[in-house]
Design a protein around this ligand. Structure first.
Ligand SMILES: Cc1cc2nc3c(=O)[nH]c(=O)nc-3n(C[C@H](O)[C@H](O)[C@H](O)COP(=O)(O)OP(=O)(O)OC[C@H]3O[C@@H](n4cnc5c(N)ncnc54)[C@H](O)[C@@H]3O)c2cc1C
Length: 372
Protein backbone atom coordinates (compact mmCIF):
# COMPACT_ATOMS: atom_id res chain seq x y z
CA UNK A 1 0.00 0.00 0.00
CA UNK A 2 1.17 3.48 -0.91
CA UNK A 3 2.24 5.11 2.37
CA UNK A 4 0.46 8.31 1.33
CA UNK A 5 -2.89 6.50 1.77
CA UNK A 6 -4.54 7.85 4.88
CA UNK A 7 -7.45 7.00 7.13
CA UNK A 8 -9.33 8.70 9.93
CA UNK A 9 -10.89 6.38 12.47
CA UNK A 10 -13.70 7.85 14.55
CA UNK A 11 -13.95 6.12 17.92
CA UNK A 12 -11.07 4.76 19.99
CA UNK A 13 -12.70 1.74 21.60
CA UNK A 14 -11.29 -1.71 20.95
CA UNK A 15 -12.76 -1.77 17.43
CA UNK A 16 -11.24 1.57 16.37
CA UNK A 17 -7.89 0.84 18.04
CA UNK A 18 -7.68 -2.63 16.48
CA UNK A 19 -8.48 -1.17 13.05
CA UNK A 20 -5.85 1.55 13.43
CA UNK A 21 -3.20 -0.97 14.42
CA UNK A 22 -4.01 -3.26 11.48
CA UNK A 23 -4.04 -0.36 8.97
CA UNK A 24 -0.71 0.94 10.27
CA UNK A 25 0.76 -2.54 9.79
CA UNK A 26 -0.49 -2.40 6.19
CA UNK A 27 1.26 0.96 5.64
CA UNK A 28 -1.79 3.25 5.91
CA UNK A 29 -1.29 6.53 7.81
CA UNK A 30 -3.89 6.71 10.58
CA UNK A 31 -5.49 9.40 12.70
CA UNK A 32 -7.60 8.01 15.53
CA UNK A 33 -9.99 10.43 17.20
CA UNK A 34 -12.14 10.05 20.28
CA UNK A 35 -14.56 12.36 22.06
CA UNK A 36 -12.89 11.33 25.33
CA UNK A 37 -9.83 9.31 26.26
CA UNK A 38 -9.19 6.09 24.33
CA UNK A 39 -10.73 2.83 25.55
CA UNK A 40 -12.92 4.22 28.31
CA UNK A 41 -16.36 3.04 27.20
CA UNK A 42 -17.74 -0.46 26.49
CA UNK A 43 -14.31 -1.83 25.68
CA UNK A 44 -12.99 -1.58 29.23
CA UNK A 45 -16.35 -2.29 30.90
CA UNK A 46 -16.36 -5.69 29.18
CA UNK A 47 -15.77 -9.07 30.77
CA UNK A 48 -13.22 -10.26 28.22
CA UNK A 49 -14.65 -13.65 27.23
CA UNK A 50 -13.65 -14.83 23.77
CA UNK A 51 -16.94 -16.68 23.66
CA UNK A 52 -17.34 -17.83 20.07
CA UNK A 53 -19.24 -20.90 21.31
CA UNK A 54 -20.88 -19.80 24.54
CA UNK A 55 -22.40 -16.60 23.16
CA UNK A 56 -23.90 -17.93 19.94
CA UNK A 57 -27.32 -19.55 19.83
CA UNK A 58 -27.64 -20.38 16.09
CA UNK A 59 -25.29 -21.54 13.33
CA UNK A 60 -24.71 -19.11 10.44
CA UNK A 61 -22.58 -16.22 9.20
CA UNK A 62 -22.22 -14.55 12.58
CA UNK A 63 -21.07 -17.78 14.21
CA UNK A 64 -18.48 -18.21 11.44
CA UNK A 65 -17.24 -14.64 11.97
CA UNK A 66 -16.91 -15.24 15.73
CA UNK A 67 -15.08 -18.52 15.24
CA UNK A 68 -12.64 -16.97 12.77
CA UNK A 69 -11.89 -14.11 15.15
CA UNK A 70 -11.36 -16.58 17.98
CA UNK A 71 -8.82 -18.46 15.83
CA UNK A 72 -6.95 -15.20 15.15
CA UNK A 73 -6.92 -14.06 18.78
CA UNK A 74 -3.88 -15.64 20.33
CA UNK A 75 -1.52 -14.60 17.56
CA UNK A 76 -3.11 -11.14 17.40
CA UNK A 77 -2.56 -10.49 21.12
CA UNK A 78 0.98 -11.92 21.02
CA UNK A 79 1.84 -9.62 18.12
CA UNK A 80 0.37 -6.59 19.93
CA UNK A 81 2.24 -7.50 23.08
CA UNK A 82 5.50 -7.65 21.10
CA UNK A 83 4.85 -4.30 19.39
CA UNK A 84 3.87 -2.70 22.71
CA UNK A 85 7.20 -3.68 24.25
CA UNK A 86 5.77 -6.42 26.46
CA UNK A 87 2.48 -5.10 27.86
CA UNK A 88 0.40 -8.21 28.60
CA UNK A 89 -3.34 -8.41 27.79
CA UNK A 90 -3.59 -11.22 30.38
CA UNK A 91 -4.72 -13.90 27.94
CA UNK A 92 -5.92 -16.96 29.89
CA UNK A 93 -6.35 -20.20 27.98
CA UNK A 94 -8.89 -21.81 30.31
CA UNK A 95 -12.29 -22.57 28.81
CA UNK A 96 -15.87 -21.85 29.85
CA UNK A 97 -18.39 -24.14 31.54
CA UNK A 98 -21.93 -23.22 30.43
CA UNK A 99 -24.18 -24.86 33.00
CA UNK A 100 -27.97 -25.29 33.08
CA UNK A 101 -30.05 -24.91 36.25
CA UNK A 102 -33.48 -25.73 34.89
CA UNK A 103 -35.05 -28.03 32.33
CA UNK A 104 -35.80 -25.28 29.82
CA UNK A 105 -32.22 -24.00 29.85
CA UNK A 106 -30.89 -27.55 29.51
CA UNK A 107 -33.21 -28.16 26.54
CA UNK A 108 -32.02 -24.95 24.84
CA UNK A 109 -28.36 -25.86 25.39
CA UNK A 110 -28.83 -29.42 24.15
CA UNK A 111 -30.51 -28.08 21.00
CA UNK A 112 -27.12 -26.62 20.04
CA UNK A 113 -25.50 -30.08 19.96
CA UNK A 114 -26.29 -30.53 16.26
CA UNK A 115 -24.04 -27.69 15.10
CA UNK A 116 -21.85 -26.39 17.91
CA UNK A 117 -18.09 -26.92 17.46
CA UNK A 118 -15.30 -27.30 20.03
CA UNK A 119 -17.78 -28.39 22.70
CA UNK A 120 -18.20 -31.30 25.06
CA UNK A 121 -21.54 -32.05 26.81
CA UNK A 122 -21.06 -33.06 30.46
CA UNK A 123 -23.52 -34.25 33.07
CA UNK A 124 -23.45 -32.56 36.48
CA UNK A 125 -20.79 -34.94 37.87
CA UNK A 126 -18.51 -34.24 34.91
CA UNK A 127 -18.85 -30.49 35.33
CA UNK A 128 -18.18 -30.70 39.06
CA UNK A 129 -15.15 -32.86 38.43
CA UNK A 130 -13.74 -29.92 36.46
CA UNK A 131 -14.85 -27.24 38.96
CA UNK A 132 -15.69 -28.84 42.35
CA UNK A 133 -16.81 -25.52 43.87
CA UNK A 134 -20.00 -25.56 41.80
CA UNK A 135 -23.21 -26.05 43.76
CA UNK A 136 -25.17 -29.28 43.78
CA UNK A 137 -28.31 -28.76 41.72
CA UNK A 138 -26.77 -27.91 38.36
CA UNK A 139 -28.18 -30.19 35.66
CA UNK A 140 -25.33 -30.47 33.17
CA UNK A 141 -23.89 -28.31 30.47
CA UNK A 142 -21.15 -27.58 27.96
CA UNK A 143 -17.43 -27.39 28.37
CA UNK A 144 -16.08 -25.00 25.74
CA UNK A 145 -12.30 -25.51 26.04
CA UNK A 146 -11.42 -22.90 23.39
CA UNK A 147 -13.54 -20.04 24.74
CA UNK A 148 -10.57 -18.35 26.40
CA UNK A 149 -10.43 -14.84 27.91
CA UNK A 150 -8.42 -11.64 28.14
CA UNK A 151 -8.57 -8.81 30.66
CA UNK A 152 -10.12 -5.91 28.72
CA UNK A 153 -8.40 -3.23 30.84
CA UNK A 154 -5.01 -4.83 30.26
CA UNK A 155 -5.75 -5.46 26.57
CA UNK A 156 -6.55 -1.73 26.34
CA UNK A 157 -3.10 -0.92 27.77
CA UNK A 158 -1.46 -3.30 25.29
CA UNK A 159 -3.30 -1.79 22.33
CA UNK A 160 -2.65 1.78 23.40
CA UNK A 161 1.08 1.16 23.89
CA UNK A 162 1.24 -0.61 20.51
CA UNK A 163 -0.48 2.29 18.75
CA UNK A 164 2.03 4.79 20.16
CA UNK A 165 4.91 2.56 19.01
CA UNK A 166 3.32 2.20 15.55
CA UNK A 167 3.19 5.97 15.11
CA UNK A 168 -0.58 6.43 15.17
CA UNK A 169 -1.75 10.03 15.35
CA UNK A 170 -4.06 10.01 18.35
CA UNK A 171 -6.43 12.87 19.10
CA UNK A 172 -8.27 12.34 22.35
CA UNK A 173 -10.96 14.74 23.65
CA UNK A 174 -11.77 15.54 20.02
CA UNK A 175 -15.41 14.76 19.20
CA UNK A 176 -16.38 14.24 15.57
CA UNK A 177 -19.35 16.50 14.80
CA UNK A 178 -19.96 15.37 11.21
CA UNK A 179 -18.54 13.90 8.02
CA UNK A 180 -17.21 16.06 5.17
CA UNK A 181 -18.03 15.41 1.51
CA UNK A 182 -15.76 16.50 -1.36
CA UNK A 183 -16.34 15.56 -5.00
CA UNK A 184 -18.98 12.96 -4.19
CA UNK A 185 -16.88 11.15 -1.58
CA UNK A 186 -16.64 11.23 2.17
CA UNK A 187 -13.30 12.97 2.53
CA UNK A 188 -12.99 13.88 6.18
CA UNK A 189 -14.44 14.80 9.53
CA UNK A 190 -15.49 18.06 11.21
CA UNK A 191 -14.16 17.96 14.75
CA UNK A 192 -13.94 20.25 17.76
CA UNK A 193 -10.37 21.01 16.57
CA UNK A 194 -11.29 21.81 12.95
CA UNK A 195 -11.47 19.76 9.76
CA UNK A 196 -9.45 16.60 9.19
CA UNK A 197 -9.17 15.11 5.69
CA UNK A 198 -8.18 11.60 4.58
CA UNK A 199 -8.67 9.03 1.81
CA UNK A 200 -10.85 6.81 4.01
CA UNK A 201 -13.08 7.58 6.99
CA UNK A 202 -14.04 4.75 9.31
CA UNK A 203 -16.89 5.05 11.79
CA UNK A 204 -16.26 2.80 14.79
CA UNK A 205 -17.95 4.93 17.42
CA UNK A 206 -19.77 2.12 19.25
CA UNK A 207 -23.28 2.93 20.45
CA UNK A 208 -22.83 6.54 19.27
CA UNK A 209 -22.23 5.62 15.60
CA UNK A 210 -25.73 6.29 14.15
CA UNK A 211 -25.51 10.03 14.90
CA UNK A 212 -22.57 10.28 12.45
CA UNK A 213 -24.10 8.31 9.59
CA UNK A 214 -27.77 9.40 9.78
CA UNK A 215 -27.23 12.82 8.11
CA UNK A 216 -26.00 10.87 5.02
CA UNK A 217 -29.16 8.77 4.87
CA UNK A 218 -27.35 5.78 6.36
CA UNK A 219 -29.64 4.51 9.08
CA UNK A 220 -27.98 2.15 11.53
CA UNK A 221 -30.74 0.78 13.77
CA UNK A 222 -28.62 0.63 16.92
CA UNK A 223 -29.17 1.17 20.62
CA UNK A 224 -27.02 1.09 23.75
CA UNK A 225 -27.45 -2.00 25.94
CA UNK A 226 -26.27 -1.33 29.45
CA UNK A 227 -24.31 -3.99 31.28
CA UNK A 228 -23.56 -3.69 34.99
CA UNK A 229 -20.79 -5.82 36.50
CA UNK A 230 -19.17 -6.40 39.87
CA UNK A 231 -15.75 -7.54 40.96
CA UNK A 232 -15.13 -9.55 44.13
CA UNK A 233 -12.15 -11.20 45.82
CA UNK A 234 -11.91 -14.40 47.87
CA UNK A 235 -9.29 -15.60 50.37
CA UNK A 236 -8.55 -18.71 48.29
CA UNK A 237 -9.11 -19.58 44.62
CA UNK A 238 -12.64 -20.79 43.80
CA UNK A 239 -12.49 -21.72 40.07
CA UNK A 240 -9.94 -21.75 37.27
CA UNK A 241 -12.45 -21.77 34.45
CA UNK A 242 -15.16 -19.23 33.68
CA UNK A 243 -18.50 -20.50 34.95
CA UNK A 244 -21.51 -19.28 32.99
CA UNK A 245 -25.20 -19.85 33.54
CA UNK A 246 -28.29 -18.12 32.15
CA UNK A 247 -28.08 -14.44 33.18
CA UNK A 248 -24.75 -14.63 35.02
CA UNK A 249 -21.09 -15.47 34.47
CA UNK A 250 -18.16 -15.58 36.86
CA UNK A 251 -14.70 -15.04 35.40
CA UNK A 252 -11.52 -15.64 37.40
CA UNK A 253 -8.94 -12.96 36.58
CA UNK A 254 -5.15 -13.16 36.97
CA UNK A 255 -5.09 -10.81 39.97
CA UNK A 256 -7.25 -13.16 42.07
CA UNK A 257 -10.50 -11.25 41.55
CA UNK A 258 -13.72 -12.66 40.07
CA UNK A 259 -15.65 -10.60 37.57
CA UNK A 260 -19.39 -11.22 37.86
CA UNK A 261 -21.52 -10.04 34.96
CA UNK A 262 -23.67 -8.73 33.58
CA UNK A 263 -27.06 -7.12 33.34
CA UNK A 264 -28.61 -6.47 29.94
CA UNK A 265 -30.77 -3.33 30.01
CA UNK A 266 -32.11 -0.80 27.53
CA UNK A 267 -31.62 2.37 29.56
CA UNK A 268 -30.44 4.87 26.96
CA UNK A 269 -26.95 6.23 27.62
CA UNK A 270 -27.34 5.95 31.42
CA UNK A 271 -24.31 4.19 32.91
CA UNK A 272 -25.29 4.40 36.59
CA UNK A 273 -24.99 1.26 38.71
CA UNK A 274 -27.86 0.21 40.96
CA UNK A 275 -27.67 -1.72 44.21
CA UNK A 276 -30.67 -3.86 43.23
CA UNK A 277 -29.00 -4.97 39.99
CA UNK A 278 -25.56 -5.72 41.41
CA UNK A 279 -26.93 -7.50 44.48
CA UNK A 280 -29.12 -9.68 42.22
CA UNK A 281 -26.03 -10.53 40.14
CA UNK A 282 -24.10 -11.42 43.28
CA UNK A 283 -26.95 -13.63 44.50
CA UNK A 284 -26.98 -15.56 41.19
CA UNK A 285 -23.21 -15.99 41.34
CA UNK A 286 -23.30 -17.21 44.96
CA UNK A 287 -26.06 -19.70 44.08
CA UNK A 288 -23.74 -21.23 41.47
CA UNK A 289 -20.50 -20.89 43.47
CA UNK A 290 -21.49 -20.79 47.17
CA UNK A 291 -17.98 -19.70 48.25
CA UNK A 292 -18.67 -16.33 46.64
CA UNK A 293 -21.35 -15.56 49.25
CA UNK A 294 -18.67 -14.26 51.64
CA UNK A 295 -16.44 -12.66 49.01
CA UNK A 296 -14.93 -9.22 49.52
CA UNK A 297 -16.56 -6.52 47.38
CA UNK A 298 -14.01 -4.85 45.05
CA UNK A 299 -16.02 -2.65 42.70
CA UNK A 300 -18.86 -2.12 40.29
CA UNK A 301 -19.19 -0.44 36.89
CA UNK A 302 -21.37 -0.34 33.78
CA UNK A 303 -20.81 -0.02 30.03
CA UNK A 304 -22.92 0.41 26.90
CA UNK A 305 -22.83 -2.42 24.39
CA UNK A 306 -23.47 -1.32 20.80
CA UNK A 307 -26.63 -3.32 20.07
CA UNK A 308 -28.31 -3.70 16.68
CA UNK A 309 -31.94 -4.57 15.98
CA UNK A 310 -31.13 -7.71 13.99
CA UNK A 311 -28.27 -8.80 16.25
CA UNK A 312 -25.62 -8.52 13.50
CA UNK A 313 -22.76 -6.02 13.34
CA UNK A 314 -22.50 -3.36 10.64
CA UNK A 315 -19.35 -3.94 8.63
CA UNK A 316 -18.75 -2.58 5.16
CA UNK A 317 -18.76 0.44 2.85
CA UNK A 318 -22.26 1.99 2.50
CA UNK A 319 -23.16 2.52 -1.16
CA UNK A 320 -24.57 5.98 -0.40
CA UNK A 321 -21.22 7.34 0.83
CA UNK A 322 -18.08 6.31 -1.10
CA UNK A 323 -14.99 6.78 1.06
CA UNK A 324 -16.81 5.73 4.22
CA UNK A 325 -16.50 2.41 6.05
CA UNK A 326 -18.69 1.44 8.99
CA UNK A 327 -17.46 -1.02 11.63
CA UNK A 328 -19.75 -1.14 14.62
CA UNK A 329 -22.62 -2.98 16.35
CA UNK A 330 -20.62 -5.90 17.78
CA UNK A 331 -23.01 -5.91 20.78
CA UNK A 332 -21.88 -8.58 23.32
CA UNK A 333 -18.89 -9.71 21.27
CA UNK A 334 -16.74 -6.71 20.41
CA UNK A 335 -13.71 -7.90 22.37
CA UNK A 336 -13.85 -11.25 20.58
CA UNK A 337 -14.50 -9.68 17.17
CA UNK A 338 -11.71 -7.07 17.24
CA UNK A 339 -9.04 -8.97 15.25
CA UNK A 340 -11.41 -10.20 12.52
CA UNK A 341 -13.06 -6.78 12.19
CA UNK A 342 -9.68 -5.06 11.94
CA UNK A 343 -8.47 -7.48 9.26
CA UNK A 344 -11.65 -7.09 7.20
CA UNK A 345 -11.53 -3.28 7.37
CA UNK A 346 -7.86 -3.35 6.35
CA UNK A 347 -8.83 -5.50 3.35
CA UNK A 348 -11.56 -3.01 2.37
CA UNK A 349 -9.18 -0.04 2.67
CA UNK A 350 -6.39 -1.70 0.71
CA UNK A 351 -8.80 -2.93 -1.96
CA UNK A 352 -8.05 -6.62 -1.34
CA UNK A 353 -10.62 -9.38 -1.44
CA UNK A 354 -12.14 -9.75 2.04
CA UNK A 355 -11.45 -13.13 3.65
CA UNK A 356 -15.13 -13.44 4.61
CA UNK A 357 -18.22 -12.51 2.64
CA UNK A 358 -19.47 -9.27 4.23
CA UNK A 359 -22.93 -9.33 2.62
CA UNK A 360 -24.75 -10.44 5.80
CA UNK A 361 -23.14 -7.59 7.75
CA UNK A 362 -23.34 -4.86 5.10
CA UNK A 363 -24.80 -1.52 6.29
CA UNK A 364 -26.95 -1.47 3.10
CA UNK A 365 -29.01 -4.39 4.46
CA UNK A 366 -31.22 -1.84 6.20
CA UNK A 367 -31.99 -0.14 2.84
CA UNK A 368 -32.65 -3.52 1.23
CA UNK A 369 -35.05 -4.48 4.05
CA UNK A 370 -36.90 -1.15 3.67
CA UNK A 371 -37.41 -1.79 -0.08
CA UNK A 372 -38.51 -5.47 0.32
C1 LIG B 1 -20.71 -5.37 30.77
C2 LIG B 1 -20.18 -5.76 29.42
C3 LIG B 1 -19.59 -7.01 29.25
C4 LIG B 1 -19.10 -7.37 28.01
N1 LIG B 1 -18.44 -8.56 27.89
C5 LIG B 1 -17.90 -8.91 26.70
C6 LIG B 1 -17.16 -10.12 26.58
O1 LIG B 1 -16.99 -10.85 27.56
N2 LIG B 1 -16.65 -10.44 25.36
C7 LIG B 1 -16.82 -9.64 24.26
O2 LIG B 1 -16.35 -9.99 23.18
N3 LIG B 1 -17.49 -8.47 24.35
C8 LIG B 1 -18.04 -8.09 25.54
N4 LIG B 1 -18.75 -6.93 25.66
C9 LIG B 1 -19.03 -6.16 24.44
C10 LIG B 1 -17.87 -5.27 24.06
O3 LIG B 1 -17.43 -4.57 25.18
C11 LIG B 1 -18.30 -4.29 22.95
O4 LIG B 1 -18.90 -4.98 21.88
C12 LIG B 1 -17.08 -3.52 22.43
O5 LIG B 1 -16.38 -2.94 23.49
C13 LIG B 1 -17.50 -2.45 21.44
O6 LIG B 1 -16.34 -1.75 21.10
P1 LIG B 1 -16.40 -0.36 20.35
O7 LIG B 1 -15.01 0.07 20.12
O8 LIG B 1 -17.31 -0.49 19.19
O9 LIG B 1 -17.20 0.60 21.36
P2 LIG B 1 -16.72 1.48 22.58
O10 LIG B 1 -15.74 0.78 23.44
O11 LIG B 1 -17.97 1.97 23.25
O12 LIG B 1 -15.95 2.67 21.89
C14 LIG B 1 -16.57 3.63 21.10
C15 LIG B 1 -15.72 4.88 21.18
O13 LIG B 1 -16.22 5.85 20.28
C16 LIG B 1 -16.07 7.12 20.87
N5 LIG B 1 -16.99 8.05 20.21
C17 LIG B 1 -18.34 7.99 20.16
N6 LIG B 1 -18.84 9.02 19.45
C18 LIG B 1 -17.79 9.76 19.04
C19 LIG B 1 -17.66 10.94 18.28
N7 LIG B 1 -18.71 11.59 17.77
N8 LIG B 1 -16.42 11.43 18.07
C20 LIG B 1 -15.33 10.80 18.56
N9 LIG B 1 -15.40 9.67 19.29
C21 LIG B 1 -16.61 9.14 19.52
C22 LIG B 1 -16.41 6.86 22.33
O14 LIG B 1 -15.92 7.88 23.17
C23 LIG B 1 -15.74 5.52 22.57
O15 LIG B 1 -14.43 5.64 23.04
C24 LIG B 1 -19.23 -6.50 26.89
C25 LIG B 1 -19.79 -5.24 27.08
C26 LIG B 1 -20.27 -4.86 28.33
C27 LIG B 1 -20.85 -3.48 28.50
Amino acid sequence: MNSTTSAIIIGGGIIGCAIASELLRAGVRCTLIDKGALLQEASTAAAGMLGAQVEIHHPGHFYELCRWSQQLYREWTEQLQRISGGVSPQYINEGILRTAWDEEDERELRSRLGWIQDAEWLEADGLRALEPAMAAGIRGGFHFPNDHQVHPVHLAKTLQAALYKQGCTIREWTPAFGLIERGGRIAGVRTSEGELLADHVIVSAGAWSPALTAPWGIELPMFPVKGQCISVRTDAPVTRKTVFTKGCYIIPKQDGTYLIGATQEEAGFDKRCHVSAVSALHAKAAKLLPQLAQAEFVGTWAGLRPGTRDGLPFLGAPSKAPGLIVATGQFRNGILLAPATAKLVMQLVTGSRTELDLTPFHPDRVLAAAVD
